[in-house]
Design a protein around this ligand. Structure first.
Ligand code: HEM
Length: 415
């Protein structure tokens, strides 16, 4: 028996997705009282679904593939071409292993150390003045990311590189100028990093053996071949770009401290468990990844619904983070909800779900650790005032951010 899937009535919903942004899938699930519906996106048939069972099937690699799933516009800005996100099977296994070999406990410790150092160092420069927190954190994290990854970064280029890395993320959900800026930022960044890959291979640059730059430059694929410099650049950018993107979560973390002074006070008690719960709640409540996508690999039935080969399927990340069946009062900021949270890789998945062998984010620990170190610094070592400004973030913008990007004044290192 095949059940008819609830169907979005418009000819193509791409415009609605663009106008509604994050709650696009959630809005339709509520309207049709369903966890699954069919629609058309980017001139193709698409299925959108939500919930734990949906996540479990979505991460089943015998039923879904990633090759060809990301639209061109996402490849031209966010992902790049021929990177790990679009690989399947043995090729994906080989490439994912490369990423995971960078994420050793020792390397993570070094990263935390570099993050703390950079906050100390850069906060001296802020010297009682005004800053736009998001912009400064992007710069700071670009310095951390390049140092950690073994990518040389000259003083004069820091800002341009940082903002390019930011624009690649900012551009993927847009049409028009924001998208074009994302494309040119990617072109410049790939040129920069592929030159570095070549210089590593010719011995002109000698990064540490356990650094991302070294590991990626010398990585051999399943046929024992080095990656071509363009692909190696895409992958090295898959390390430094998302580290800079953590600025989004840190800015939202600062916003959470402002809106919930009682939580800021608790951060000041410096209990590592609370710090982690705070970070998890920021990753849950504030929107970043809207959904993840894959293509149906072969026809199959799920809950009596037909999934046809080649159909685009989107799993709703934003909706799951705000589902009242999973979270009590989902729109409230409440770090304590994580005190008795049982880890479930198919329920709480702000950076993708399933296990690490699949497509789950390779940098989740990196994100959590950089956020912990940064939000601890902001809560405990930085004194600042928050002048009147527009801190609203719009859900129709993907990715979103407080409008003013969080201006703070009288910023100085606490003594
Ligand atoms: C994959 C989100 C930070 C490296 C992903 C995916 C999401 C995601 C949604 C796709 C999951 C899927 O397709 O099922 C985020 C967010 C971040 C972040 C919101 C916060 C800033 C990082 C960091 C790194 C990183 C810091 C590296 C240092 C990767 C890589 C993949 C990935 C390499 C591809 C994994 C694969 O396809 O196997 N991330 N990520 N991410 N992320 Fe992250």
């Amino acid at each position: 028996r095949i059940k008819k899937m609830p169907c979005d009535k418009t000819i193509d919903s791409s415009l609605c997705l663009l106008m509604e942004g994050y709650p696009f899938i959630q809005n339709r699930c509520r309207k049709y009282e369903t966890d699954i519906f069919q629609t058309r996106l980017f001139c193709k048939k698409a299925i959108c679904f939500t919930g734990e069972e949906a996540a479990k099937i979505f991460y089943n690699e015998s039923l879904f593939k990633r090759k060809g799933a990301a639209p061109k516009r996402v490849q031209k800005t966010l992902f790049g071409q021929q990177g790990v996100q679009g690989l399947d099977g043995k090729m994906h296994q080989n490439r994912k292993q490369m990423f995971l070999s960078i994420m050793t406990p020792e390397n993570l410790k070094t990263l935390i150390h570099y993050t703390r150092f950079q906050w100390e160092y850069n906060s001296i420069r802020w010297n009682n003045g005004n800053i736009v927190l998001f912009d400064e954190v992007q710069i700071l994290l670009c310095q951390v990311a390049c140092r950690w990854a073994g990518v040389p970064l000259e003083y004069y280029e820091i800002e341009q590189r940082a903002f390019d890395l930011g624009k690649m993320v900012d551009g993927f959900g847009a049409v028009g100028p924001r998208y074009w800026q994302g494309c040119s930022a990617r072109k410049r960044s790939e040129k920069w990093i592929s030159d570095i890959i070549i210089q590593i291979r010719t011995g002109k640059i000698k990064p540490k053996k356990n650094s991302a730059a070294y590991i990626i430059a010398w990585h051999r694929n399943q046929n024992s071949k080095l990656l071509n410099p363009q692909v190696a650049a895409v992958e090295l950018l898959n390390i430094i770009r998302p580290i800079v993107a953590i600025a989004t979560y840190i800015t939202f973390g600062a916003l959470a401290m402002l809106k919930h002074p009682e939580c800021r006070k608790k951060l000041q008690l410096r209990n590592p468990d609370y710090n982690e719960m705070f970070v998890q709640e920021v990753r849950r409540l504030y929107p970043f990844t809207p959904f993840v996508g894959a293509l149906v690999k072969k026809d199959f039935l799920w809950n009596e619904y037909l999934f046809q080969k080649g159909t685009l399927v989107l799993l709703d990340i934003y909706g799951m983070n705000h589902d009242s069946r999973i979270w009590l009062n989902p729109y409230e900021f409440n770090p304590e909800r994580f005190s008795d949270w049982e880890d479930n890789p198919y329920l709480f998945m702000p950076q993708g779900g399933g296990n690490m062998e699949g497509h789950r984010c390779a940098g989740e620990m990196v994100t959590i650790e950089v956020m912990k170190a940064s939000l601890d610094f902001i809560a405990n070592h930085l004194s600042y005032k928050v002048p009147a400004q527009n801190l609203k973030y719009r859900l129709c913008r993907i990715p979103t951010l407080p409008k003013s990007r969080f201006i703070i004044s009288h910023v100085k290192r606490k003594v």
